[in-house]
Every structure is written in C-alpha cells, then in structure tokens.
Design a protein around this ligand. Structure first.
Ligand code: BGC
Length: 815
C-alpha cells in the first residue's frame, strides 16, 4: 500500500491487519488463501476474522444459494448500464447492489466485468460494457464507487483479455503491448486510479504465453507496481493451476476452496523453499485488508461506517432500463404511441420476459414484468391484443414455467435425508450449500418431484440438463432411465450445456400432472468443486410456425401500431461458449418482414444483450433496443412506448451485420488467438475498413431534437452548447471525439477516439452548455520502446457530436 496515500483511518486499519497477520502460523495462512468452499473463506476466530463471503455479480447479488428461493433484485444487463452513458447512474446501481449484498451477508461482489466487446460473437458480450475502453472505464468507475460506498468490496474482472469464451480456460491471447495498454488494460487502469477497487479477479486465459493467475508482469509489475492497486487478487473459479506459479504471479486467493493449489500445497512449497514466506504474508495481508475494509476483521474500522440511505430496487431497475433503451430508428415519429390508438403486441418474449443473460451472471428476481404486463397496465382497456408470432426457443429452456417442484434427497438405502424447494426445476448446489441434514458423503440421489400445469394443450417436451444417471417420469410413465453423457471436451457441460429432450407426453391445458426427475449423484472424490447441478427443461407444444406468423399478421393488420418483441434465448447469450452468428433465432426475421408488410407503423423491440442482425430494419417504422432489461423491463418499456419518458440510451457498441464486422475471430488455432487487428476494434475497425454499420457507436434518438450550436476548446477542456429544438424536454448525451488531423507521420492510430462525454438536459427551445475535461490520455500512445505513455504532438480535431457517425461541430487544436 503506497504510504503517501494512507489516510489516518487507513493507517489504523493497516495496524490491525499487521497485528493479525503476525499471529498466524504458516498452515493457517495458506488455508485462508485456499478458500473454504464455493463462495467463502474460512473464519479465523483467533484473530477475529469472520468468514468472507463472495457472490456474483454484476446485475444483482445472487448470494450463496443458486435458487429462486433466495431472490435478488435484477438490474438491466451491463450493456444496458453502459448504454445510459451515465456513470452517476452506474454509481446508484452500485449502491443498490451493496444494499442487496448486505441483505444477503455478502462482503464482496464478483463484478464488474470490464472486458471489451472485441468481437460481437463474444458469448459474455452482454455482461461487459462496451467496445470502447474509455466508456467502459467510466461506467466501471461509477459502479465500483457505488458498491464500495456501501461498504461492500468488488472484484473488477476478468484481468485481462477474457474477451471471448471459446476454450476460455486454456486460450493464449496474443496481444501487442500497445493494444494491451491502450485497449484491454485501460478500463482496469482507470478504475484502479479513480475508484480504488478492493479486489480484482484474474482471468482463465493466458496473455502472451502466461496464464493470468501466474502473470507476474501484468499483476505485480503493472497492476500493483505501476498503478498502485492495493486490493486483493482472486482467481476466476478454478483458474489457479500451479502453486508456485500462482504465488510468484501475485495471486492472493485461489477459489473456490478448499481443494486448490494453495492450502497445504502452498505451505509445503514454502517449507521446501520454492515460495518465500514473505510472498504468502503479502497475500494474507491483502486478504486481511479486504476483510478489514468490509468490516469482517475485529478491531479494524470498516471503510464505510454508515451505509448509504436505502434504495428502492425495483424503482431503480425501471429507471435504469428506460434510460438504457436505445431508439435507433423512429420514422415519422411513430413513437411515442398516439394516446388513443390500438396496439398489437407480438412475440414470445413479449409474454415470457427475457430479462437477463445466462451463466454466472444469473440471479433470480422475485418478480419480472414482461412487455405484456407493462403495456396491459399502461394502456386503456381494450387497446391491446397479443399474439406469439414466432418462438425464438429452438431448444428446450429451463424457465420453470408451470412447474411446482421440490427436491428430495435420499441416501444409498433410499431413505429421505433432506428436502429443499426447487420451484424452477433447477438444482444448483455448490460446495456445502446442501439441504439441511444432507452431506456429500450421505447424498446418493436427488429427486425433483411435484406437478406441471400446462398452459396449452398438446405434446409437451421435457428434457434433462446435466451429466450422469437420470430417471424421468411424467404422469406415471417413465420416459428415460439411463446415463446422460457430457458433450465432448466441455468441462462445464452440466452448467452450460444444452438440455436433451427425453419425453413428449400429450397434456391438457390447465390439468396438472405428476412429474419426477431423479438424479443419482456421483461426484469424484478428488473433485475441486463439489457441485450438484441438473435441471428439468420444458417446451410447450410447437405450433405450425407459418400459422403463428399468419395469426400475428392478422392482429397487426387490425391495430394502429404493431409492436413486435424479438429476442435471443439463454442458449444464444450465455457463459462458456461464443455465438456462431448474430441472427435472431427461429422464424423471428420472417415474422417482422410479414408484420411490416401489413402495418406501416411497426415498432420492433429488440430484447438482446448484444448485437443481432436486423435484416428488416429499413422496412419498419421504429427500432428500439432494450438489451436484457432486468426485472422491471416491461414497465420501463411501457414508460418509453407511451412517451411518459423518452428512451435515454446511446449505443455503447457498434451494431452491424456479422459479414461486415471487421473483427470477429474468437476461435483459437492451436490454442492461440492472435489479436491481429491490434488497436482497431469496434468503431475504429469499422472506420479503418471503410464500412458503415447498421447503427454507429454512440447513436440513439430521444423524443426531441438537438442542434449543436458551439464548441470551444483549449485542448484540456471543451465547452459545448446545444439547443433543444424540439417540443418536449429532453436529455442529450454530448460526445467528444479526438482525431489526429491528417494521417501525418508517426505511429498508427485509430482515426478517432472517444475522449469525453456528458449528459445535459433542456426544455423545449432552451439551450444548455456543458464543459468537459479532455483527458491527456486522449493524445497519448503507449511507447513500446520507452515503456511509457507519450504524447503525440501535432494538430488534432476535436468533434462534439451525437455519435461517431455524426459530423457535429469540430475545432482544431495543437498539442
Ligand atoms: C466466471 C466468473 C464468476 C465465477 C463464479 C466463473 O466461471 O467466469 O465471472 O465470477 O465463475 O461464479
């Protein structure tokens, strides 16, 4: 910890940490660093250390139970938060998450995810903020500041370059020093400097030949040495592979515990002289500092003594959602809707809300508001009709709809040893989180048992997600009694694999049937992570797709406005795999073409966490991108469609067709993924390739118009005056881009870079002025020879604009 930055409170805390450290023996210290179970560290009562609890992240706080029984407020996806371009709103999101964490006894949130949108195919794209490092750093800073202001730690993740999922545990990303510094490290650097995070999480992948949990250079020299990071470095889950390598590479915590490369193996390495005890002490010191900051070390004053005022979670979720929606097209001002018109609402996701992305970012909200719920509440009676139109689910889903189940645990003799509710048909028990009375030693089988009440009559498909022995019985008939094997080479198949269809009984709407899925649990003795995980998946009767589209077309024909909600599924955007294409699944594109052909006032709501192709975008009147909008998404949608609020979002990432996207590669060859585009990702790459995307970075319309009236700059600040020339009050996101004027000599540089932004509000006819700082970094590059940042002198254009695709106003300066 840099002594010159220590406040008296820090100094007092450090003294307690130091005293506690001195009282610990080697075996206890190394046991602490190994973790205790899936989410916690061991308590050490002898020094007054409570058990530290960590939890995902980033849109809610799941807590230590992976179940709908332990609900959490679900905010919009990180892409949505970034689309607000509002670090202040990100900060408020953080304050709410700290409140949620405290409610659930969580000390450290495993978030935010600040990897970049390098390729639109990245599976966890929805979980990251932007293609732009500056916007990512600004939103991440707001988020971390907010969470930590509530006395809860963060782990900024995944350090670094975990920008795709294919072979994520082993891939070696080959990246130039400049691209690392100017792009991938940049958000981490900003957040460390501006928000002083109490933790980072090191990624699974390697960078330039060294796995990130052992990356001495990037962790010890850059993150800690150059940037002065004084927090704790936790591995991504199971990412630590080598005791000595991780210790030398600056890894503090190897999670999840207790069987990790730390613990007894680390103590042994110290005794054998392979790791100095001082290295272990430094790691323990950082863990104790984290504990002290969050109030888990007796005698140390926590960093926050008074938690912030309570936040209304659902209300904030709704506000962020509507502020994040990006209206990319609004011909003839079809939106907001006319007050007394009729609306045909169309789309499976309009009824069955798709509010969040998949994988470890999953939380279970207590309720979700679908677009159908939201519009039903907002529109006058009789104004709304609904049609499914097309079903995006090409595979079975685990959504629990219609299921009322509990999990019954039995021992090898078949005696019941414990039960737990499992309302959604999902069992995900990690580490010691088992039903009361059950241990891994006694548990032999888990039966999900209860009823299923169909919404429609016809053949229903049930499937099994998981690996191992299963028996599936529906309405007295056993359809499956066998062993389900994992897809080849997928170590996380039980978590992220696709469910397999195993039964197709004919059922009658509204008539409940008995259902039972039994799984014989067999966990290998030496398994690092003890997890019991499987699920019952379901899909309703398939209707003829042409018939569904025809039905929707009829509804659209008779309504003033057609609102079509198109969506991805949790088999498209999730963790553990990348996307193969950017198409909307199922027949959704056909549906939109058909609806647009009969209703010129067709509004398409795109419910996806990351870019999808919109081949019909010029045929429809309006396109509104709503991301994964969180639990209150449908209410926020009604706010925006009716005009109660304007959509506030601007694109944090370029939207375009995959065939046009300049950087797409996510599949390593022989274990390597070269970042051969170097500095040119996102809008820089589109500009360099001379291609025009469907919608450019920064683009987004509100319900009023803006004129950019003046721009003055001295190179350190820029002053911009804009006028609301429309008829309603509005909010504008003023963006400032910096570009070297003319190609000039010197190193290759992107044509333009986002250097600053700010939001302003003004009433109709009013003007507003904003002054923003232009960071020095906007004129600097990383000099690979001198190993330092260097300012490239010369003349620059500063442009104030509504997006990267807008000409706006430009001023020239000399630097
Ligand atoms: C993910 C992390 C997450 C961790 C714990 C990993 O698979 O990459 O982002 O925090 O699991 O759930």
């Amino acid at each position: 910890m840099a002594a010159d930055r220590l406040t008296p409170a820090d100094q007092a805390r450090e003294a307690v940490v130091e005293a506690a450290l001195q009282r610990l023996g080697l075996d206890t210290k190394t046991r602490l660093l190994a973790g205790q179970d899936m989410w916690t560290l061991p308590a050490l009562p002898e020094i007054g250390l409570a058990s530290l609890v960590m939890s995902d992240g980033p849109i809610g706080v799941r807590g230590v139970h992976w179940t709908a029984d332990d609900p959490s407020v679900a905010l919009p996806s990180p892409t949505a938060l970034a689309a607000t371009w509002d670090p202040g709103l990100a900060r408020r999101a953080g304050v709410l998450l700290a409140q949620e964490a405290r409610r659930k006894g969580v000390h450290v949130l495993l978030a935010p995810t600040v990897n970049l949108h390098r390729s639109p195919l990245g599976g966890r794209h929805f979980e990251c903020y932007s293609e732009d490092p500056y916007l990512t750093g600004a939103i991440g800073t707001g988020y971390v500041t907010g969470v930590q202001s509530g006395g809860v730690g963060t782990t900024v993740k995944h350090f670094v370059a975990n920008d795709a999922e294919t072979d994520r545990l082993t891939v070696n990303n080959v990246i130039s020093e400049r691209a690392l510094r100017e792009l991938y490290l940049a958000p981490f650097e900003t957040i460390v400097a501006q928000a002083r995070p109490w933790g980072v999480m090191t990624a699974y992948n390697s960078v330039n030949g060294t796995t990130m949990t052992e990356h001495h250079h990037l962790v010890n020299e850059v993150l800690r040495g150059e940037w002065g990071f004084d927090g704790c470095n936790v591995s991504d889950w199971t990412a630590a592979r080598d005791t000595v390598g991780a210790a030398h590479g600056g890894l503090d915590l190897a999670m999840p515990g207790p069987r990790t490369v730390y613990g007894p193996a680390l103590a042994r390495a110290v005794r054998e002289g392979a790791v100095p005890e001082a290295t272990v002490d430094a790691a323990v010191r950082r863990v104790l500092r984290l504990a002290a900051r969050v109030g888990a070390l007796a005698g140390a004053e926590p960093a926050v003594t008074e938690p912030p005022a309570p936040v209304d979670g659902p209300e904030l979720a709704r506000e962020i959602a509507r502020r994040s929606f990006v209206l990319v097209r609004n011909e003839n001002r079809v939106l907001p809707l006319k007050p007394h018109g009729t609306v045909a609402l169309i789309g499976a996701a309009a009824r069955d809300a798709r509010v969040l992305g998949g994988g470890s970012a999953t939380v279970f909200p207590a309720r979700t508001v679908s677009p159908l719920d939201g519009l039903t509440a907002a529109l006058p009676e009789g104004a709304l009709t609904y049609a499914v139109g097309a079903d995006p689910a090409t595979e079975l889903g685990v959504d629990g709809r219609g299921l009322t189940l509990r999990a019954v645990c039995r021992d090898a003799a078949g005696d019941i040893i414990g039960t737990r509710s499992a309302p959604g048909g999902l069992v995900q028990w990690m580490g010691s989180d088992l039903p009361d009375g059950v241990t891994h030693d006694t548990l032999h089988s888990v039966e999900l048992t209860g009823t299923f009440t169909p919404r429609e009559s016809g053949p229903h498909t049930f499937g099994i997600k998981g690996v191992g022995a299963f028996t599936l019985t529906v309405d007295g008939t056993t359809y499956y009694d066998d062993v389900q094997l994992p897809a080849e080479g997928d170590p996380f198949a039980a978590f992220f694999g696709a469910p397999v269809a195993r039964a197709e009984p004919g059922l009658i709407a509204g008539k409940p049937v008995e259902i039972s899925l039994t799984h014989v649990v067999r966990l290998p003795e030496d398994l690092a992570m003890k997890v019991v995980t499987f699920a019952l998946a379901h899909r309703g009767p398939r209707r003829d797709p042409d018939e569904l589209i025809a039905e929707a077309v009829e509804a659209a024909r008779h309504a003033d406005t057609a609102v079509v909600v198109v969506a991805t599924t949790d088999r498209v955007e999730s963790e553990g795999f990348d996307r193969r294409d950017l198409r909307l699944p199922g027949r959704q594109d056909d549906l939109v073409h058909a609806v647009a052909a009969v209703n010129p006032r067709t509004v398409v709501v795109v419910n996806a966490g990351s870019p999808v192709e919109l081949p019909w975008r010029d045929e429809v009147a309006a396109v509104l991108l709503t991301w994964f909008p969180g639990q209150e998404g449908g209410a926020a949608l009604a706010d925006v469609l009716t005009g109660a609020h304007e959509p506030g979002g601007r694109l944090p990432t370029t939207w375009g067709a995959l065939a046009d996207a300049p950087v797409t590669q996510v599949v390593p060859v022989d274990g390597e993924l070269p970042y051969s585009e170097d500095l040119f990702i996102g809008y820089s790459a589109w500009e360099r390739a001379g291609r025009t995307p469907a919608y450019p970075f920064g683009h987004g319309l509100g319900y009023t118009d803006w004129a950019y009236e003046s721009l003055t700059t001295d190179g350190t600040t820029a002053r911009v005056r804009v006028r609301n020339t429309g008829e309603r009050p509005g909010r504008e996101t003023v963006q400032l881009y910096v570009s070297p004027a003319g190609p000039g000599p010197g190193p290759a540089r992107p044509a333009r870079r986002l250097a600053a932004f700010a939001t302003v509000e003004a009433g109709p006819g009013e003007s507003a002025e904003v002054t923003v700082a232009l960071p020095r970094r906007a004129f600097e590059i990383w000099d690979e020879t001198a190993k330092t940042w260097t300012c490239v002198k010369g003349s620059y254009d500063i442009t104030a604009a509504r997006s990267i695709g807008d000409r706006g106003l430009t001023a020239e300066i000399n630097v």
